[in-house]
Design a protein around this ligand. Structure first.
Ligand code: ZN
Length: 257
């Protein structure tokens, strides 16, 4: 319970700091968070946390403060995506034990509201997501982040010769609970698994926590919002991965080829 109180205060403090840096709150009512104060003891902390949850879900432009955290990491020196095309999401999420955590994710502005809505609905439905941290906290290293079961989106990368940018590089793909929903492909008879520690979770008939399948709320929400799921691919499987289809991306980024 103390932990929850701490989280609540941290949320308020963080919102204040970010807002001072000039955020654009798209969702929620920022004024409400400051007035939602109760000093009635631990039993009410959970309730007030619930009351203010809408305030904890917001979208911000990439402020200088946020940019400092991603520059040279996910926002590589050769990044061709304009910083103005990215948005910072602040969310809450619950782990497998129901504990509430703050989450941060950077996505493309075209999907910012969709992803915020999805993460908010997942939170409201007690859908477990272990970690939603900026991949920059892992030095933008995908394997390290996946082994830690982190969920994230933007990480700039070309997929061919400095011309075409990957969907994560555009912030138009989102990975959820990555350790338990690995990527796998057979190349020259050899099976590749990312993260390498995700091998126990390749058996999709098995029952385990965080598994994404067609009955999963996460799958339903992302596909309702127009995303494709990597678990539906036939030449490879990417169970953690939701992405905007090529046709849509061609509208937004006609030169990305
Ligand atoms: Zn992915």
């Amino acid at each position: 319970m103390r932990r929850r109180l701490f989280v609540k205060m941290a949320v308020l403090a963080m919102a204040a700091v970010v807002c001072m840096a000039g955020c654009t709150i798209v969702k929620g009512d920022s004024g409400k968070a400051a007035s939602t104060q109760d000093h009635a003891g631990d039993e009410k902390v959970g309730e007030s946390m619930s009351d203010q949850k809408t305030d904890a879900f917001y979208i911000s432009e990439i402020t200088d403060e946020i940019f400092d955290r991603i520059k040279g990491k996910s926002f590589k020196d050769d990044c061709t995506l304009p910083r103005e095309d990215l948005r910072y999401l602040h969310v809450l999420h619950k782990d497998i034990n129901g504990e509430i955590h703050e989450g941060e994710m950077i996505v493309n502005r075209h999907i910012a509201e969709d992803v915020l809505d999805i993460l908010k609905t997942l939170y409201e439905n007690d859908y477990p997501i272990e970690k939603i941290r900026l991949i920059d906290e892992y030095d933008a290293d995908d394997e390290t982040a996946m082994r830690d079961n982190n969920s994230s989106s933007f990480n700039f990368r070309f997929i061919s010769h400095r011309t075409k940018v990957s969907k994560h590089g555009l912030g138009l793909a989102v990975d959820i609970n990555t350790l338990y929903n690995p990527y796998t492909k057979v190349v020259d008879g050899e099976r590749i698994i990312e993260p390498a520690t995700g091998e126990p979770y390749l058996d999709r008939e098995a029952d385990f926590d965080y598994k994404i399948d067609h009955d999963d709320l996460c799958y339903k929400l992302f596909t309702e919002h127009g995303f494709d799921w990597g678990g539906d691919w036939t030449d490879r499987k990417d169970y953690q991965h939701f992405e905007i289809p090529d046709e849509k991306i061609a509208e937004w980024y006609p030169d990305n080829s």
